[in-house]
Design a protein around this ligand. Sequence first.
Ligand code: 5AD
Ligand code: SF4
Length: 470
Amino acid sequence: MQKECNVPVSAVKHNAAVAAQIATRMAALGKTYHIEAYGCQMNAHDAETMAGIFLSMGYKKASSLQDADVIVFNTCCVREHAEKRVFGNIGALKKRKDENPDLKIIVCGCMPQQREVAERMYKRFPFVDMIVGTNELYMLPELFQRILEGERILHVVDIDGEIAEGLPIHREGTFSTCVNIMYGCNNFCTYCIVPYVRGRERSRTSADILQEVRNVAAEGFKEVMLLGQNVNSYAGDDGTVHFPQLLAMVNGIEEISRIRFMTSHPKDLSPALIDAIASLDKLCKHIHLPVQSGSDRILHAMNRHYTRADYLRIVRMLREKVPEIEITTDIIVGFPGETEADFQDTLSLMREVDYAAAYTFMYSKRKGTKAAAMPEQVEEETKKRRLQELNALQAELLQKGNARFIGTRGTALVEGCDHRSASMAYGRLGNNKMVYFPGDESLVGQMVDVIVTQTQTNSLIGRIATETNR
Ligand code: 5AD
Ligand code: SF4
């Protein structure tokens, strides 16, 4: 369905002229949009681009789904659970469409990028006006104009490696925002559908990325999250700029205070990246490093290209060079063929690494992936039990591990005040931990030095550091 590696990168422009034409018709009508985004940060960020395009077409953000003239579902297909939710939620819109035939309904994102799923949806939901894949965001104004004229559209094209630059983005955050550095994934982990629905890796040019970071800084954002399915394999400017160099360039942008990035693949984590984390002052001392399993047998079957020992070596190196770094991870239980012994290996790895947070999942069979056809699929009951055990261990480790933060000092980017107590402000530390401390609204948006005094299960409590605390 898709072309193979080394896809050429070419920039395409959003059709601003069509958007402007629609805007002249729509602005006066006060029409509104509502976007529902499922799944990962990449999808949430795509939804911000769609919002930008709707605003450029003269639409306003609806106060809720119930009030909207256009409803968009930006879907996720990484696990079956997310797909089922979307099917249910789309079905529930039929009544609304019967009551208001002018309502426009759009389903887009990763689910319909699987052509068979798109066709199934098109038949099953005749009240949906448009079904589009992940690669056609820049065409939204043209496609939208056609549905306004009464057409019904199913538009899923092969992912061809183009990168659309210059699309308007309506950013939801106030101080922290995402900037895409690359798209797609070449790794084909055997359980994962992403390479099939997001296509091959393609990197934006460093100039485009730096310009966007400067733009968001000018809008008042203090923190950027550089996004990609596998940011360590960033290869911009015809492969001449790699991720550590890109980080150094972003670090040089004066108006930005803090840089995060996500997600890193252990097999591509280079010593140069570890050095960058250690030396670049604005780079947060946190890394999300999905391990997926602690068993070599399962890692091999998952096509992860590292062993448990490789992973632990990387963790050691990270902690040697960046002692204050916090590590978070993703783990799947119940991958086909996972025995009790394999699962014990995952539990012992979790103990050994002592993660700051772990996102844990039961393996979900994804049609078209290699693992879906593997024999020895694990029973649901076993998956559930293993997930519970894993989560219980993580909670126990977190409880004990939090003590190490007491007395430490860090800088929080203040996000707001606790709704239960306006005298408590909160913000995220560089290491990704949330900290609450006495403070008021005047601190929101500021970078504040805090000393940790107590811990809670998922967050810390502290007080503002004064010079004498130093
Ligand atoms: N089943 C369960 N979890 C999955 N993930 C990806 N594909 C699957 C699947 N088929 C998890 C991985 C990945 C995270 C984003 O989602 O842990 O890192
Ligand atoms: Fe999926 Fe593996 Fe690519 Fe991550 S690295 S998106 S888990 S195929």
